[in-house]
Design a protein around this ligand. Structure first.
Ligand SMILES: Cc1cc2nc3c(=O)[nH]c(=O)nc-3n(C[C@H](O)[C@H](O)[C@H](O)COP(=O)(O)OP(=O)(O)OC[C@H]3O[C@@H](n4cnc5c(N)ncnc54)[C@H](O)[C@@H]3O)c2cc1C
Length: 339
């Protein structure tokens, strides 16, 4: 029979993140379907408040590696903590959110435990007392269903796929797992984060706003209007808190010395060689909607686009709604209405 361990890092404020709750939701569902016992493994400076917040999730046990050494992301301490939790729980299946922190540490843990790991898991299907998982390959063009005989099997679960666990808090009986902090060469001295306004990639936003190269092209008057484009996009983002995506052509312009939208970087690029974000809605502006771009829209729920060209890619099955219109005019009016 399988036994499950679900892992979470406690945040600085003592709470669990949205990604942790999604993974917990998936683990609770899987444990129920398999009839398998579930253990929660927490790591952080102090874990009791987080454990209490999920006390009624149905886990048989709460294990914790606690202390200052395990508060921040660092490969050596994260690997030591997860290894100790996995050994203590005796789990055959170890689930964790695909955060940068777990993505970095878990492959090393799999080696130490002589287990195997699958990353970016997007579906868990119980099958005859065991498990099949799904993940995408080749930039979300091929989906594979996998199982494995080797145990423990470690899985990092993608964000935005599983419904987050929700339930009433309680009092969790947390068992501490002692881990001697390993010799560390890395000292975490603090965080440096961009201003909230400078951070344009917002994975939790309801809307993805994509800017294409058309924003920097010559318009009907024969001129470019890049400062105006910047202001329209910036105002819209400020008003809606949408996440900002871009086409490759637009972000490439900075390296080609073209006119650029100053707050865009390659991190914003959506598509085959960019990101595949997950948002309920998406609005593409001044972007042609070519396949290498729209393949990155696979997980966007409702898609709309604004383009001058009625024959652009969005019109041929890539969008639910295409507004054949001047995006400068449309966005100016939309911002006015939003204000
Ligand atoms: C191997 C490979 C990988 C690639 N990976 C990616 C990727 O990850 N992401 C990606 O985006 N691309 C990718 N591409 C490039 C992709 O094929 C397109 O070249 C790119 O997406 C085009 O960007 P664009 O639509 O912004 O620009 P353009 O094709 O120049 O389109 C600009 C659009 O703006 C419209 N427009 C102009 N002015 C206005 C206005 N005032 N109002 C409304 N509309 C207006 C025009 O009608 C036009 O449709 C890849 C290509 C290859 C070969």
């Amino acid at each position: 029979m399988e036994t499950l361990l679900v892992l979470a890092h406690v945040q600085d404020d003592g709470a669990l993140s949205a990604a942790d709750l999604e993974t917990l939701g998936a683990a609770v569902g899987l444990a129920g379907a398999l009839g398998a016992p579930l253990t929660v493994g927490l790591m952080g400076k102090a874990v009791q408040a987080a454990a209490d917040s999920i006390a009624t999730c149905g886990a048989q046990a709460f294990l914790a590696v606690e202390g200052e050494d395990f508060a921040t992301a660092r490969y050596a301490t994260d690997v030591a903590a997860v290894e100790a939790l996995a050994r203590k729980s005796g789990a055959t299946l170890v689930l964790a959110p695909a955060t940068s922190r777990f993505a970095r540490a878990l492959p090393g843990v799999a080696v130490r435990l002589d287990g195997r790991i699958e990353t970016h898991v997007c579906a868990l299907t119980p099958a005859e007392g065991t498990l099949k998982i799904q993940r995408w390959y080749y930039r979300q063009r091929m989906q594979a269903t996998l199982d494995r005989a080797q145990r423990p099997w470690l899985l990092t679960l993608d964000r935005g796929v599983f419904a987050p666990w929700s339930g009433s808090p309680g009092t969790a009986a947390v068992e501490k797992v002692e881990v001697a902090p390993p010799a560390c060469r890395t000292q975490v001295v603090g965080y440096e984060t961009p201003d909230a306004d400078a951070q344009t990639i917002r994975p939790d936003a309801k809307l993805l706003f994509v800017a294409g190269a058309g924003w920097t092209r010559k318009q009907a008057d024969g001129q470019t209007h890049v400062p105006e484009a910047e202001k329209l996009i910036r105002d819209f983002l400020d008003l809606t808190r949408a996440s900002l995506g871009s086409s490759k052509s637009l972000v490439d312009q900075s390296s080609e010395s073209g006119a650029v939208i100053s707050f865009l970087s390659h991190f914003n690029q959506v598509g085959q060689t960019g990101a595949t974000p997950r948002h309920p809605k998406g609005l593409a502006t001044c972007c042609h909607g070519e396949e290498p771009h729209t393949v990155g829209w696979r997980f966007i729920g409702e898609r709309r686009a604004i383009n001058l060209d009625a024959n652009c890619g969005w019109a041929i099955g890539k969008a639910d709604v295409l507004y054949v219109a001047d995006a400068f005019q449309v966005m100016a009016r939309v911002n006015e209405l939003l204000k």
